[in-house]
Every structure is written in structure tokens, then in C-alpha cells.
Design a protein around this ligand. Structure first.
Ligand code: UT7
Length: 337
């Protein structure tokens, strides 16, 4: 039976560390407020001369390929998840394709915000299961710092986001149908009813003033807006639900999970999800204190650190889950090989 495994992972975060105290020089906030409400101590903001969105993707992808023992020539498809692409179009996937010695393979840009990595994992997994491709590069990368509203109106959003990139190489494996290994299943959902509860509206193709510089200067529509408590409540409902969906689909219970890697949105969200599911704290990955919320990059960055720390090992049952703008939410269950 053909399944896919994660053959290698890598991440890159800019060297520029922005502490809560440093941020509070630009934003009307405090270290105490940010830590209490989110668990975040610091995040990375990119340095314009040094990084771009796809450039960070290249750095993460280079490590992932190396860990997988593959070269760009071995890759059959690029899946690139981001909500902060380098250009309005074309997508960042082709910029990554240009920057490394890939063949003229397809590059799919995927827009599922905080669920981008798991959505991308699912897309890549289906291509491998079907037999169409053998090795796929999946990247999640974001630059938030150039598009945040540092005024009082946006401070609840400005303090949570950070920049960074993560990448995974998925490879085909032949696995026992009775005891499958690798990616067991993925579960994707969306509900567009609440699209504007967490969104950046401009540049909007149906608005005549979509590139109006006055509108841009005023910030209207170009900054992320979020109904924080509304998003929070949905996150702590749907993340446990979609984890249960993955467990039920494979005949497991929460007690079987060796490592849960939730999207790093807020340490309080992670704590509620963990408590609702009755999973021990040491089995749940949380690194939001160091990087803030890096949307599509948050899960691969957290997985890389979990691997480095030996919290994900061969044979482990690993569960990923996300919730974010869209709303989109998702899970993936992996028997690690
Ligand atoms: O990754 C995608 C999904 N995103 C999420 O899952 C995020 C979900 N939401 C959250 O994590 C939380 O809603 C936030 C961390 C964003 C905000 O926390 P909150 O507890 O919901 O705060 P709030 O926005 O309701 O604001 C509470 C108070 C307000 O003051 P009053 O009206 O009570 O006097 C705000 O003005 O805190 C004030 N406030 C701040 N104070 C200092 C809001 N932001 C800040 C700030 N610093 N940065």
C-alpha cells in the first residue's frame, strides 16, 4: 500500500528577536499583558535586506531536503502555504522554484492561513497516495511584521504575530495495510460564514480603489482585523473536535497520542485543547513563547523543535491540528517513520 512519510523537515526564523518590551516601544502594550493573554515572550521580525517570504522558504527547504537525503532534482511538486506572499501574483511557490535547482515541476500556492500546513500536507499526501508523485516539498512561510497595525485599534493582533518558515519533504513509502505507517489520514474543514472575523481585506479585486494609496496610508483594510474572543472560542471547540475525528477514523483515543502539535495561536488555546482532551502537558508541543503566531509556518517550526528535542520519535503517533482565518481547521494523524 502506498502511503507518504515525512522524510525530512527544516525551519528558518530571522535572527532579529523582538521582545515584548521592545515591541511595547511601538505598541501601547506591556510584557505582562502579552504574556498573560498569549504566553508570548518574543517573536522574530524579518530584516528586509536579508529575507523575503520565499527566501525564508528556501532556507527551510534546504534543511528539509538535506535531512531527507534528497536534492531539488528529486522533487516532483512544490506546495507553498502562505497568507503573506511576496507578490499579489504569481505565488511564492514559483519564486522558490526559481531560486533552487528544481526541474520545471508544478508549484501550487495554497491559501488556508493557519491551516495552510495541514491543508498542504493533505494535498501532498493525496498526490503521493495516487501514485502520481514520489517526493513533494511542502513549505509554510510568513512575513507578518510588514503588515501589522501598531495603533491601539490593532494592538491585540500586532502583539501575536511573528515571521518565519518551515518545510517538510514528503516521500512515498510502501506500508503494511494492516499496520500502516506514515501519514494515516488528514481531515480538513472550513466555514466561510466567519471570513471577516479574521482577515486582511485589501487589496480587494472587486473594489475600484484597491490600490488607493490614501486608503493604504490610513491603514484601512490593509491590516489584519480580528474578533479575538470570537476566534478563540471557535478554536477551542473545533481543534479538539477535529483531533477526535482523526483518532476515530483510525481507531485511536486521545491516550494513544504520543505527541500533539497544535498550531501555535495562543498558549491559552493550546492549554484548553490539551485539558479538554486529557492529554499530558509533556506530550503537547508549545513554542509560541519564542516565535509568536507564524500561521502557516507555526506547525512545521514546532515539529522541527519537537524532533530536535526527541519529543517525536520513530513509531510515535503524532497528531497535528490547526484553526484559523477562513475559518479553516484541520488535523493530521501520522505514525512516525
Ligand atoms: O492563528 C489564528 C487564530 N487566532 C487566534 O486563535 C487568536 C485568538 N484570540 C486570542 O488569542 C485573543 O483574543 C487575543 C490574545 C488576540 C486577545 O486577548 P483577549 O483576552 O481576547 O483580549 P481583548 O482583545 O478582548 O482585549 C481585552 C482588553 C481590552 O481592554 P478593556 O476594553 O478590557 O479595557 C483591550 O483594549 O485588553 C486590551 N488590549 C490590550 N492591552 C494591552 C488589547 N490588546 C492589548 C495589548 N496590550 N496588546
Amino acid at each position: 500500500m502506498i502511503r507518504s512519510k515525512i522524510a525530512g523537515m527544516g525551519f528558518y526564523v530571522p535572527a532579529n528577536v523582538v521582545s515584548n518590551d521592545e515591541l511595547s516601544k511601538r505598541v501601547n502594550t506591556t510584557d505582562e499583558w502579552i504574556k498573560e493573554r498569549t504566553g508570548i515572550s518574543e517573536r522574530r521580525f524579518f530584516v528586509p535586506e536579508e529575507d523575503t517570504n520565499f527566501g525564508m522558504g528556501v532556507k527551510a527547504a534546504t534543511i528539509a531536503l538535506d535531512k531527507a537525503g534528497l536534492t531539488p532534482q528529486d522533487i516532483d511538486l512544490i506546495v507553498y502555504a502562505t497568507l503573506s506572499p511576496d507578490y499579489y501574483f504569481p505565488g511564492s511557490g514559483v519564486l522558490l522554484q526559481r531560486a533552487m535547482p528544481f526541474r520545471n515541476i508544478a508549484a501550487i500556492d495554497l491559501r488556508a492561513q493557519c491551516s495552510g500546513f495541514i491543508y498542504g500536507l493533505s494535498v501532498a499526501d493525496q498526490f503521493i497516495r495516487s501514485g502520481m508523485y514520489k517526493n513533494i516539498l511542502l513549505v509554510g512561510a510568513e512575513i507578518h511584521s510588514t503588515g501589522l497595525d501598531f495603533s491601539d485599534a490593532g494592538r491585540h493582533v500586532a502583539v501575536i504575530f511573528g515571521d518565519g518558515a518551515g518545510a517538510a519533504v514528503l516521500s512515498a513509502i510502501d506500508t503494511d495495510a494492516e499496520k500502516p505507517e506514515g501519514i494515516l489520514s488528514t481531515h480538513l474543514h472550513s466555514n466561510g460564514e466567519f471570513a471577516e472575523q479574521l482577515a486582511i481585506i485589501y487589496p480587494a479585486s472587486a473594489k475600484l480603489d484597491k490600490f488607493d494609496s490614501k486608503n493604504m496610508e490610513a491603514g484601512g483594510g490593509y491590516f489584519p482585523v480580528m474578533n479575538g474572543s470570537f476566534v478563540f472560542k471557535h478554536a477551542v471547540t473545533y481543534m479538539p473536535e477535529v483531533v477526535m475525528e482523526a483518532l476515530n477514523a483510525n481507531g485511536y483515543t486521545p491516550a494513544d497520542i504520543d505527541c500533539l502539535v497544535p498550531h501555535q495561536a495562543n498558549a491559552r488555546i493550546t492549554a484548553v485543547v490539551r485539558e479538554k482532551m486529557g492529554i499530558a502537558e509533556e506530550k503537547v508541543i508549545s513554542n509560541i513563547h519564542k516565535y509568536g503566531n507564524t500561521t502557516a509556518a507555526s506547525i512545521p517550526i514546532a515539529m522541527c523543535e519537537a524532533l530536535e528535542q526527541g519529543k517525536i520519535k520513530k513509531g510515535d503517533l503524532v497528531c497535528l491540528t490547526s484553526f484559523g482565518s477562513g475559518f479553516t481547521w484541520a488535523s493530521a494523524l501520522i505514525r512516525w517513520v
